[in-house]
Design a protein around this ligand. Sequence first.
Ligand code: HEC
Ligand code: HEC
Ligand code: HEC
Ligand code: HEC
Ligand code: HEC
Ligand code: HEC
Ligand code: HEC
Length: 339
Amino acid sequence: MRIPPLFLAPVLACGAGFTGPQSCQPCHAAQYARQWDTHHARALRPMAQSPMAEHFDGQPLRERSGIGFEYRATPAGVAVAITQGQTRVDALLGWAFGAGSKAFTAVGMLDGRYVEHRISWYRASGRFGLTLGHPAQPSPDPATAFGLVQEPGTIFRCFNCHATGVRETPRGPDLGGMIPGVTCERCHGPGQAHVEAAKAGTPPRNSILNPGRFPARQLVNVCAECHRSPNAASASPMPELEDPLSIRFAPVGLMASRCFQKSNALSCVSCHDPHEDPRPAADPAYSRVCRTCHATRAGARAACRRSQAGVNCLGCHMREAAPAPNLSFTDHRIRVYER
Ligand code: HEC
Ligand code: HEC
Ligand code: HEC
Ligand code: HEC
Ligand code: HEC
Ligand code: HEC
Ligand code: HEC
């Protein structure tokens, strides 16, 4: 196992009642040992500490327009020089979003504004490509080629979904008390009161949030704060047909499943340990979850004829699909497919 990175160490520097994951470690060693190196915990890194910096370092890339990008890793991030003939723009990419399980996207600054870089790195191809959502046509000039300017409210939301303890200001995110990545207190809330109570004796139950006490729908909503929920006013019964990209948002599909709607018991943690990366789809644990309802539970039909012991249900009822180049996701609307 790798040694936990040092930059998480100054736990007391964190603001507003956040104490940092290492303060939980002495008493919750089991959760800590599994969580600290997950894709959640690595969902955001300063560029210089992300593997993305190595992918960039020394790369010359060129757009069809002829605009060239040259990258150099520095202790402050990745410096990029963007050139077109005599025009040149220099900028610094300070943040790497994503753990790299599917992709990395770089965020930098230009003229005091946050910019999402036009070029991302994708695991599926092992290469750089256009960032999802960016215009495909060639850029008119180097500054535009750097990427899309993100308004303060938008860039705050990026940081807030990928990190812990981020505060909003009118100028954008306040990163002063931030712990990069989705760590303990992003899901359980600030831990200071609980840590103090626990050190003094037995902590009262309500000293920290335990989503495990929630009914299924509310628990899904904890994950959906970031993984997105269906549009409450017009939740589609077949979201993946209306918008193929919606399969990226697991709660949207899951909440449209009859398994979820009719059981009042299925939630994200039925299949995923929130403190671990997901097991591969081939893992028999998933089909065991299906059988907990479809073998015995009242209200759920007996599983289909094809569901003998040992068969993996997912290939027929919960498939993977690629709604965008280089990105594939598991369609969480559990169902009988048309074909
Ligand atoms: C000094 C020891 C100690 C520290 C530090 C500590 N806890 Fe706890 N925690 C406990 C004890 C004791 C309990 C109650 C017994 C149990 O369920 O394990 C508990 C319970 C919990 C629960 C369940 C609460 C419930 O109502 O079911 C959560 C969630 C939790 N801790 C999260 C955290 C997080 C997150 C941190 C770090 C910010 C943390 N704890 C730090 C000792 C500690
Ligand atoms: C604060 C925002 C946030 C919350 C809350 C959150 N997630 Fe995530 N989750 C993320 C981000 C960001 C990623 C992408 C990490 C990466 O780049 O691979 C992710 C990735 C995942 C993955 C995929 C990891 C991989 O290996 O590809 C699973 C599974 C997951 N989350 C499950 C959950 C569950 C279950 C809950 C609720 C208990 C939850 N998440 C709550 C932000 C969040
Ligand atoms: C509402 C919460 C939320 C916001 C806002 C958000 N993300 Fe994410 N991000 C997630 C979650 C959840 C995942 C994992 C599942 C997925 O891919 O959607 C993720 C995944 C990613 C990934 C990994 C690739 C992938 O698709 O798994 C990158 C890179 C990323 N986000 C960058 C960004 C950037 C840059 C912004 C701002 C422009 C941003 N995110 C805004 C929640 C969010
Ligand atoms: C992505 C959200 C998420 C993150 C990050 C997270 N947890 Fe949890 N945690 C949950 C959920 C959901 C539950 C309830 C379901 C369960 O126990 O699996 C839970 C349950 C717990 C419990 C109670 C376990 C029990 O037996 O009742 C403790 C203690 C805990 N987490 C500690 C931690 C610590 C410590 C960290 C950081 C190292 C952490 N969690 C990170 C979502 C999260
Ligand atoms: C019935 C089981 C099941 C439930 C319930 C479930 N998932 Fe998944 N999830 C899976 C499987 C299977 C995979 C694929 C794992 C792999 O191959 O890496 C997966 C993968 C993911 C991924 C990784 C990206 C992808 O799409 O492959 C994310 C993120 C995720 N789940 C989030 C969630 C969230 C959030 C919830 C609750 C709304 C949830 N899941 C509920 C079975 C489930
Ligand atoms: C918490 C209980 C529960 C779990 C776990 C569960 N289901 Fe279901 N499922 C139900 C209920 C309830 C229904 C609706 C009543 C019925 O048709 O049995 C349903 C319906 C279905 C249907 C019919 C869907 C439709 O649109 O008509 C299929 C197929 C299905 N489940 C497969 C699965 C598979 C595969 C898994 C595991 C990946 C799974 N279920 C996990 C409870 C569950
Ligand atoms: C080889 C593909 C395949 C596999 C594997 C498979 N199913 Fe099915 N399942 C189907 C098809 C097709 C249907 C549609 C009804 C039919 O033809 O029996 C179905 C229907 C269902 C239904 C709805 C039953 C009904 O009366 O309409 C449930 C529940 C179900 N499957 C659960 C499961 C579970 C749980 C597993 C794993 C233990 C599983 N299936 C494995 C193909 C499969």
